[in-house]
Ligand binder design. Structure first.
Ligand code: SIN
Ligand code: FE2
Length: 215
């Protein structure tokens, strides 16, 4: 029976690595759309809930809801924490890609835009601020390559690494929906897609429960 291959033998049911999901042309067009989003909703520096320490990535969002983090905690909200404005709309191509890759009719409500300069990283964490883990997380990479690490659903378990290059997609669904994951490092200068260099990761998510039929 043909099944989608998991990441290099990862024993995590459901993590789907989709290298080259976006063509070079699609990457250029998407990078232009994200630049317009960043002009409207500037990158901000999130802070850790307990100690207020700044993340090394900066972020913004598009879609109805955006993920933010500061001393009040992790949460989704409808407005930018600095400008107070609503987030820019989700580009139509991302909605269409989500439906094609996930098979869900229910559209993503949030698209987190993470920007990594050459020194940024992201510690191992679970994505668990959403109401319904039946909906997968779709991640897209643009610009410099990154060393991505993924483990199981328990902190401290074994992990595997995979390089995420510009245009690659990754879907966390099923048992991998709550897998610990993070970015160990950026290979600075490995892509010329972004004029400013660095890496953009887009994470598309449902935030509220899926409709009763599973979406
Ligand atoms: C994240 O988990 O929020 C980002 C993962 C990535 O940058 O690939
Ligand atoms: Fe994450």
């Amino acid at each position: 029976m043909a099944t989608e291959p998991n990441i290099a033998g990862l024993d995590i049911a459901g993590a789907r690595f989709l290298p080259g999901l976006l063509s070079v042309h699609e990457q250029i067009e998407l990078a232009g759309e994200i630049a317009a989003i960043m002009a409207e909703a500037p990158l901000f520096r999130p802070r850790m809930p307990r100690n207020g320490r700044p993340f090394s990535v900066s972020m913004t969002n598009c879609g109805a809801l955006g993920w933010v983090s500061d001393e009040s905690g992790y949460r989704y909200q409808s407005h930018h924490p600095v400008t107070g404005r609503c987030w820019p709309a989700l580009p139509g191509r991302l909605a269409a890609l989500w439906q094609r890759v996930t098979g869900l009719a229910a559209l993503p409500e949030a698209c987190l835009v993470n920007y990594y300069d050459g020194h940024a990283r992201m510690g191992l964490h679970q994505d668990r601020d959403e109401a319904d883990f039946r909906a997968p997380v779709l991640s897209l990479s643009l610009g410099d390559s990154a060393l991505f690490r993924i483990g199981g659903t328990a902190r401290g378990g074994p992990t595997r690494s995979v390089t995420l290059a510009s245009g690659d997609g990754l879907v966390l669904e099923g048992a991998s929906r709550l897998a610990f994951h993070g970015i160990d490092r950026i290979r600075a200068g490995s892509s010329r897609l972004l004029p400013q260099g660095g890496r953009i990761n887009l994470t598309l998510r449902r935030v509220t429960p899926l409709p009763d039929d599973g979406g």
